[in-house]
Design a binder for this molecule. Sequence first.
Ligand SMILES: [Zn+2]
Length: 269
Amino acid sequence: MENLELFLNIFIIFCIFVIGTLFGSFFTLAIYRIPRKEDIVKTRSYCPNCKHNLGFFDLIPVLSYIFHLGKCKYCKKPISPRYILIELFNGVAFVLMYFLLGYTVKFLALVLVYVTLFLIIGSNIMQNNMTEAEKIEVQNKSKKKGVFLVELLAAVILFTVLMVVSYSIIRNYSPKSQETLARSNAIYLAVKAMEVSKACDYKDLISYTDQYTIDGVSYMVDVTVQKQSDLDFDKLDLISNIYVNVSYMLNDQPKNFEINTIKINDMNI
Ligand SMILES: [Zn+2]
C-alpha cells in the first residue's frame, strides 16, 4: 500500500512536470507571437525560419528538441535554446508550486497568476528583442487595438480549462484524496448522529443503526446508548454515554470512525 502511494505520488509529480513543460511550450509560442500580433490559438506552430508547419511529434515539449538535436527537422537551422529552457523551467516551476501548495484550489490560483505574469513579462522581453524591421512590420500590419488583451485572455481561459480538467482527473483518481474524502464523510455522519442524539430527551434516546451511501461508499452508522438508570442521571451522564461508530469499506479495507462526547477515538484511519 505504501509502495503504491509512493508510486502514485511520483506519478502525480511527473504529470505536473509534464503539464508545466506543456505550458512552457505554449509560452514560447505565445511570447513570440503576441508582440508580433499573430494569432496564438488557431494558427499552427511553425518554424520561424522556414515557416514549415510543425507536426504532432515536433511539438512534444523537451523531447522533440533533444531528438532533433536542437535543429529544425525541415531546414536544419538551429532552434534557439530558449524553447527547451523555457519548457524545462516551467516543468520545474510547476513542480515547485505543487510542493508548496499541493493539488489545491490555491495551487490553481497561483498557476493562473503565474501564467498571466509569465505571458505579460515574457511578451515584453520578446518585444524588446525584436529587430527594427520586425517592429516596423508589426506596426504596419495591424492597427486593431486590444489584440494583445484578447489573445492573452483566450490563453488564460484555455489553460484554466486545462488545469480544471487535469485537476479533477487527478483529484478523482488519487486514492489518497478518496481516503480523505471518505474519512471526512464518516466524521460528518458521526458528528451529525451525535448531535441528533444529544438533542433528544432522555426517554427518547435509543440505540439504532442507520445506513448511508455517499459517492458510492456505504457508511453504517451505529449509535449506542448505554442508559445507566432511568431514575438516577444528569445531563453529563447522558452525553457521556452516547457512542457513535461509523464503519465503511474503502478499497476492500474496513475503516471506522468512533466518537463519544467525552473522548474521541480515531481508529484504523
Ligand atoms: Zn525550419
